[in-house]
Design a protein around this ligand. Structure first.
Ligand SMILES: Cc1cc2nc3c(=O)[nH]c(=O)nc-3n(C[C@H](O)[C@H](O)[C@H](O)COP(=O)(O)OP(=O)(O)OC[C@H]3O[C@@H](n4cnc5c(N)ncnc54)[C@H](O)[C@@H]3O)c2cc1C
Length: 422
């Protein structure tokens, strides 16, 4: 997703954009090896849905025609957070609810239609090409082709290889320092499967999200998606991992799901095997703090920051990075890496703060808690409690969680007054 979104921004500034991808990509929307996280719930937050719509006009309708739900966040998602079920809010932010495979397929189709864009699939990127401290291309090997290294040259190389992209090592071999890192050990595992519920069993709700609480580091998401299916994801943090055996998974779910939801899941048909994904730690690489970095190279999306997935931030942040890249490219090539990393850091910072604060609200997660973090977490826990009955407070939270308002919006006087007095 990062590579596709970056390509959208790059295609405005360069005559030719080449996407080199490890997987062979068929004509159909499919889960694939290179994106193992794609088989689990992948929420595109309202802000991400908006940015995607502005980068690819009409994509929401295109997805809608494929049966992708278009959900009223505050009215059709049941959100149980800090142990409190938020009251239904006003009509407001909406979000698209495709599976990751369908979303990526639609975005790839749009990117493929851009002038000058070329896909080179089934190839492993193996290194960089550089001259005089400037990156001038990338090396790759065709998976089916017997191993001879080939080179794609470029004025700019973007590493969108995900969290484990290796440009960090390739650049350090050129003599540049590695970026400082921040890490929060969340030790989370997802277990997911598709289900078919009895007709309209949860209507008008299109999704149920239950977050972890101190003492129970378990969470769940049950989300409607295209194909008249629901995707169930059960998650456990701090090593309290969900089992994969279906009956044991249901027993684990008993400790998280609201009883009516658990009953519907019990009556639903399981359409797929249970698959898992383990995510050890949220990881932020502070490229903006480096004094020296090679020209001609940028790291993008999860390579910059990969967040604890329970907050559903990664793709929305990547779409905002694409907007930032577009603006930086308008300013030309000079100092591009520094300008982009600073702009990306502004996008990442609030998302990182939001997820870090959420993680550190759980005593089971290790990490330093400043006085400010502790005070904010107490305030937010109270806000969630008030949001169980107060629509204005719940709406304010929805907007921040959906990335439509900055986090300080939760401290605005009209919200804070209600939080403290109710
Ligand atoms: C379990 C889980 C659940 C998540 N849920 C959400 C969610 O609800 N909402 C959300 O917004 N985000 C979510 N995310 C995050 C989201 O998946 C990423 O933020 C998003 O995909 C952007 O990542 P990316 O483009 O950097 O990397 P990826 O999407 O992982 O893509 C990396 C690409 O690089 C390719 N590649 C890797 N190495 C090579 C190589 N050497 N040569 C060639 N190609 C290579 C891979 O095949 C892949 O296509 C979740 C993540 C996880 C782990």
């Amino acid at each position: 997703m990062g590579g596709l979104l970056a390509a959208r921004a790059l295609s405005e500034a360069f005559d030719r954009v080449t996407l080199v991808e490890r997987d062979e990509l068929g004509a159909e929307a499919r889960d694939r090896r290179g994106v193992p996280q794609g088989r689990h719930v992948h929420v595109l937050l309202p802000r991400g849905s908006q940015v995607l719509g502005s980068l690819f006009p009409g994509i929401a309708d295109e997805l809608g025609a494929q049966g992708v739900p278009h959900t009223q966040l505050a009215r059709q998602i049941r959100f149980v957070v800090s142990g409190h079920r938020l009251v239904r809010g006003h009509l407001g932010p909406t979000m698209l609810q495709p599976t990751r495979a369908t979303l990526e397929h639609a975005v790839r189709g749009r990117v493929a239609a851009l002038p000058g864009v070329e896909f080179v699939n089934g190839c492993d990127v193996t290194g960089l090409v550089s001259t005089g401290g400037r990156v001038t291309g990338a090396r790759f090997v065709r998976r089916a082709g017997g191993g001879a290294e080939e080179v794609v040259e470029g004025d700019l190389v973007v590493d969108a290889l995900g969290r484990s992209g290796r440009s960090i090592e390739w650049v350090s071999r050129l003599g540049f320092a590695r970026p400082p890192e921040e890490r929060i050990q969340v030790g989370i595992r997802y277990a997911s499967c598709f289900m078919r519920t009895p007709p309209d069993a949860l209507a008008p709700e299109q999704g149920i999200l239950v977050g972890p609480v101190p003492g129970r580091t378990r969470a769940m998401a049950f989300m409607a998606c295209e194909g008249d299916r629901w995707l169930l994801t059960v998650a456990g943090m701090a090593g309290d991992h969900p089992p994969t055996e279906p009956d044991a998974l249901m027993a684990y779910l008993d400790t998280i799901a609201p009883p009516d939801v658990r009953e519907v899941i019990g009556k639903s048909e399981r359409l797929s095997d249970v698959v898992t994904h383990t995510f050890p730690a949220s990881l932020r690489r502070r490229y903006e703090k480096l004094r020296a970095y090679p020209d001609g190279l940028l790291v993008f999306a999860d390579g910059l920051c990969s967040f604890n997935p329970v907050y559903g931030q990664g793709m929305t942040v990547a779409s905002l990075e694409a907007e930032a890249l577009r603006t930086c490219l308008e300013g030309g090539d000079r100092g591009l890496a520094g300008r982009f990393y600073r702009a990306a850091a502004k996008v990442i910072e609030p998302a990182w703060q939001l997820s870090a604060a959420g993680d550190l609200a759980l005593p089971e997660i290790k990490g330093p808690r400043s006085l400010a973090t502790r005070l904010i977490n107490r305030y937010v826990a109270r806000l969630h409690r008030v949001g169980a009955t107060d629509v204005a407070v719940a709406d304010a939270f929805w907007r921040v969680a959906g990335y439509l308002d900055p986090t300080p919006a939760l401290l605005r006087p009209k919200v804070a007054l209600r939080v403290f007095t109710r």
